[in-house]
Design a protein around this ligand. Structure first.
Ligand code: MAN
Length: 353
């Protein structure tokens, strides 16, 4: 696969972003949703910030307080036996195994704008900030689907109640209307198709079943974008391959003559995140036509390998012009990059079922 990484990469880094509070530092500006609006490329950045800690033995965990509308800072002692601090992203209670008690940072969504798709100006204030009890640990990994003149933005809403997917909409990237949670915990990586198919809206989503099953990609239908049903399991993990750990949708599905092309992320059991592709039937997105055997993009550049959580390429949005796919993607849970790939080459690389 020919991948042309922009010379300007990484396009946005944490040091480009001003923290929204003086006592906080920005540790991530990544996993951005992408839109085109008024001739500009808009990044909806996931900005992750944490309280500056003056004591190396203490970790400060920020939590949004719904009553006060402010962040509360919880100080946790690294020697506290109850907690496991080994994953830099989360603080887990030891007895609970994988489920977490706190995040080490709080994420919200900030806008960055560009005329050329390479040089971005970052707005000073948060665009979408945690605002209810399902968002007290933050909001993450936004995707944007434009339908008519409305941009539907949906993101992971994280709280002690779990991680679900919430929907908002805007027409101008100023006023935002909230529509509530559309997929309840645990669910992430929702991708709403950009048009109705045979009279119905479609979305990909990624539940995390607990008793049997794995973090895999599902498809659902809706008449109104709010209520989703007729859920079907779409694609699963593949033993011994790059996507044997967890998978989830990445970019809004791209309409091609051959079918809907979904660029998805797959992580190995070792948490190495790559991008791959799956082709779905144009008339029935629940039908898989073809899939990547090998990744179309994998962490290779130093900014993809090293960072807050290394070995991650994670796209939440692409722009397509003729044969060129401009894939914007988060790198190492730290920064944003972009690479160009050929649409035809991606389609030709797939293994047809
Ligand atoms: C995972 C990672 C983190 C994220 C949490 C909650 O641990 O994706 O970046 O903050 O889930 O969504």
């Amino acid at each position: 696969m020919n991948v042309y990484r922009y010379e300007e990469n990484p396009l946005v880094t944490p040091s480009d972003v001003k923290p929204h509070r003086d006592d906080f530092e920005v540790i991530g500006a990544f996993n951005a949703g992408i839109a085109k609006y008024n001739g500009e490329v808009i990044m909806l950045l996931r900005v992750a910030e944490r309280p500056i800690s003056d004591d190396p033995n203490m970790v400060k965990a920020p939590v949004y307080n719904v009553e006060t509308g402010e962040l509360e800072i919880h100080s946790l002692d690294l020697d506290d036996e109850r907690y496991n601090f080994s994953d830099p992203r989360v603080i887990c209670e030891k007895k609970n195994g994988k489920s977490f008690s706190y995040l080490t940072s709080i994420s919200y969504i900030r806008l960055a704008r560009s005329k050329d798709g390479r040089n971005f100006t970052i707005e000073d204030d948060p665009f979408i900030y945690p605002s209810n009890e399902l968002e007290t640990f933050g909001i993450e990994d936004p995707r944007v689907t434009q339908i008519g003149d409305t941009y539907y933005i949906y993101y992971s809403a994280v709280s002690p109640a779990g991680v679900g997917e919430s929907l908002v909409s805007t027409k101008d990237f100023v006023e935002v209307e909230h529509h509530g949670m559309i997929f309840c915990p645990e669910n992430k990586d929702v991708l709403i198709f950009p048009e109705k198919i045979n009279g119905l809206y479609y979305a990909l989503h990624r539940p995390v079943p607990k008793s049997t099953g794995a973090p895999e990609i599902w498809v659902a239908e809706s008449t109104n974008l709010l209520h989703w049903g007729n859920h079907k399991h779409l694609i699963g993990l593949r033993d011994g391959m790059w996507d044997n750990g967890r998978i989830g949708g990445g970019a809004v599905p791209i309409k091609t003559e051959k079918g809907w092309l979904e660029l998805y992320h797959g992580a190995s059991k070792e948490d190495r995140y790559c991008m791959g592709a799956v082709l779905l039937d144009l008339e029935n997105p629940a039908k898989v036509i073809a899939r990547s055997e090998t990744p179309i993009l994998e962490p290779e550049a130093d900014y993809e390998v090293d960072g807050f959580f290394g070995n991650v390429v994670f796209s939440c949005g692409v722009l397509v012009e003729d044969d060129v796919v401009m894939m914007y993607y988060g790198v190492a849970d730290t920064s944003m990059a972009c690479a160009e790939l050929s649409l035809q080459e991606i389609l030709d690389s797939l293994t047809y079922l």
